[in-house]
Design a binder for this molecule. Structure first.
Ligand code: ATP
Ligand code: MG
Length: 147
């Protein structure tokens, strides 16, 4: 387990609220960083990245779930937001094969990895993690950012 030293807890009650938290995250987590996004299917990991893309000045219309395409890149004004979904990968070797370490080394890259917690080698290199869980209400989400 990673020894995170800082933690921030956030709550949202709507998709719009999660988009807003995405903006806040871009202020908290400046590039370069490798960030693991944890949370069950449909918790809003992709929505959060969409909010980040908007905040960075990228064309947010282009942000969709990368489950089938694996890597999406959004060119912001200063930051390249790289969005990956490792749901369909099964081995650490496959993760290395898609060039994750190279992506994460670029000085202007903010790399957001859905399902990165499936892989010990990704967690080992992560600079931060964001966990999203369901709140009491249907549209409520609890976010914990650790870095
Ligand atoms: N507060 C909320 N924040 C984000 N999404 C919400 C919220 N309330 C309801 N939703 C709904 O939850 C779903 C979140 O979908 P999203 O694709 O972002 O999930 P995900 O965590 O990326 O899932 P996957 O692991 O399948 O990629 C959307 O259908 C959205 O409308
Ligand atoms: Mg997703």
């Amino acid at each position: 387990m990673k020894n995170w030293t800082r933690e921030k807890r956030l709550r949202t009650r709507s998709v719009q609220g999660t988009l807003g938290l995405g903006q806040m995250l871009t202020e908290l987590l400046a590039a370069p960083k490798l960030v693991v996004l944890r949370g069950e299917l449909g918790m809003g990991k992709t929505v959060l990245v969409k909010g980040m893309a908007e905040a960075l000045g990228a064309d947010a219309e282009e942000v969709t779930s990368p489950t089938f395409t694996l890597v999406h890149e959004y060119k912001g004004v200063k930051t390249r937001l790289i969005h990956l979904d490792l749901y369909r990968l099964t081995t650490e070797r496959e993760v290395e094969g898609i060039g994750l370490w190279e992506m994460a080394e670029a000085p202007d890259a903010l790399v957001m990895v859905e399902w990165g917690d499936k892989f010990a080698n990704v967690m080992e290199r992560a600079d931060a993690e964001v966990s999203i869980t369901q709140g009491e209400a249907e549209d409520e989400r609890l976010l914990v950012v650790r870095w």
